[in-house]
Design a protein around this ligand. Structure first.
Ligand SMILES: [Zn+2]
Length: 457
């Protein structure tokens, strides 16, 4: 394993296919890594040097590590526990299970979530965390990314000022956890139906002053759209049952967020199933990004994001791809997510040109990097960028023969084919093994799962 550490002298990663993303696939090339940085991408047959410095990946595709732009790593403990439930009761059931989970359980769950992501070829995550445990998990495993502390507040239990003070304390703790890591603290006002407008405004001011990144679940369900536009539907009824006052904005979620200062060039909007062309323009104009979570949207019965319409209305808009949590996916496999993205677009649009494999791959790498403001560091393989690499085997029974590495990745490969995940020149996953020690976290997750199995739903 240590032979892979690309510190000091250069290490040359050779593969049958190198996918730089910024250009077409390259045959028989190598990526040269020095001090955690890519210094060259070149044909390997032309180069000489000590064999000890060469890592020959064989019939692998070598590409930028995936950016999983929407996760909740700490929900790994809920995988398989919340099946076949309607979206709103599903949120209620997930919330009802949370008190059964201790702080140490959350950390174990998030650490194993981070490890699962790394084993699936992901180097960078954008994670929304309620318990804060994603910071511990992602830092332990060595992922890069942004950890958004979630904020909830639809009732009047806390004033906006009190909620912001509580957030400030959580972010201070998170900053200590993330010290020395490749992760940045940020803020996630959860959704327009869980955060009051005055609190949204306060969070816009707080994050604006500190230039913190933002992430919001937006335009996910039909129920959310009904609540925003007409003040009716299941979410409206639920708020009324809880005695919560709701003033119908009468506009889409995107317009509502813009009105309250949350649509910025630091904003990542998650889902975008219920969106208009006007919304697409507003998001692109603001310099915000969408992250598409096709599998979670399908599993929860929320529909298919109209990506073809967004692209037609606004070709400059940026699109990222995310798995969402293991509670609604049920995995953190970006290869499968790319496949779902393309197939769902084609199935719902009934057109072969609705989306293609190369577009899905770009969303899963460079699109994610742009969405997090990290495109100067990651997202493509080119000299000067950090060495965040993934190698995926394309010589297995279910992937061979390989006529085109991009289509093989998107239509045939899965997380189980990932041979290497490297972040900043450090291997996190290599030939079926993690570099992080996970034994204690596995034991803790098993114990937590026993409690979750018995908890009332
Ligand atoms: Zn989410």
């Amino acid at each position: 394993m240590t032979g892979l550490r690309a510190e000091g002298r250069g290490v040359r990663f050779r593969a049958a296919w190198v996918l730089p993303i910024g250009g077409p696939p390259l045959l028989d090339h190598e990526v040269v890594v020095e001090d955690g940085r890519i210094v060259d991408v070149r044909p390997w047959r032309l180069t000489v040097g000590p064999a000890a410095d060469v890592v020959d990946l064989g019939r692998c595709a070598l590409l930028p590590a995936f950016v999983n732009a929407h996760t909740h790593l700490e929900y790994n403990v809920f995988r398989g526990r919340l099946e076949d439930i309607e979206f709103l009761p599903w949120i209620g059931a997930l919330t009802a299970l949370k008190p059964a989970v201790t702080a140490a359980d959350w950390v174990a769950s998030a650490t194993l979530g981070a490890a699962e992501a790394a084993a699936a070829g992901t180097g960078t995550i954008a994670d929304c965390t309620d318990a804060g445990a994603a910071a511990d998990g992602a830092a332990t495993v060595g992922l890069r990314g942004v950890i958004y502390q979630e904020v909830f507040g639809i009732d009047g239990k806390q004033t906006a000022q009190e909620a912001v003070m509580a957030l400030d304390a959580k972010l201070a703790r998170m900053a200590v956890t993330l010290r020395g890591s490749l992760l940045t603290p940020a803020v996630s006002p959860h959704a327009p139906y869980t955060v009051r407008p005055d609190l949204m405004h306060a969070l816009a001011c707080y994050t604006g002053e500190r230039r913190l990144r933002l992430c919001i679940h937006a335009s996910e369900s039909q129920a959310e759209a009904e609540l925003m536009l007409r003040g009716s539907g299941p979410i409206a009824r639920r708020l009324a049952e809880r005695g919560i006052e709701w003033t119908t904005p009468g506009v889409t979620t995107v317009a509502h967020l813009a009105r309250h200062g949350l649509l910025t060039d630091r904003t990542l909007l998650v889902h975008g199933v219920q969106v208009s062309r006007t919304d697409a323009h507003a998001v692109a104009r603001a310099g915000a990004s969408w992250v598409h979570c096709p599998k979670s949207n399908a599993k929860l019965g929320n529909g298919v994001a109209p990506l073809w319409a967004l692209r037609a209305a606004c070709p400059t808009g940026n699109l990222a791809l995310g798995t969402d949590s293991a509670a609604s996916n049920n995995g953190l496999d970006m290869l499968e997510e790319m496949r779902f993205a393309v197939l769902m677009q084609r199935a719902s649009r009934r057109r072969i040109d609705a989306m293609d494999a190369a577009q899905a791959l770009e969303a899963a790498t460079l699109g994610g990097a742009r969405a997090l403001g990290l495109e100067h560091l990651i997202g493509t393989l080119e000299p000067g960028k950090r060495a965040d690499l993934t190698a995926v085997r394309l010589d297995r029974l279910h992937t061979a023969p390989c006529y085109d590495p991009v289509s093989a990745l998107v239509y045939a490969a899965s997380a189980r084919d990932v041979a290497l995940t490297m972040v900043d020149g450090r291997p996190l996953w290599w030939r079926g093994r993690h570099t992080a020690d996970l034994a204690a976290h596995r034991r803790r997750l098993r114990a937590a799962a026993r409690k979750i199995a018995e908890a009332p739903r």
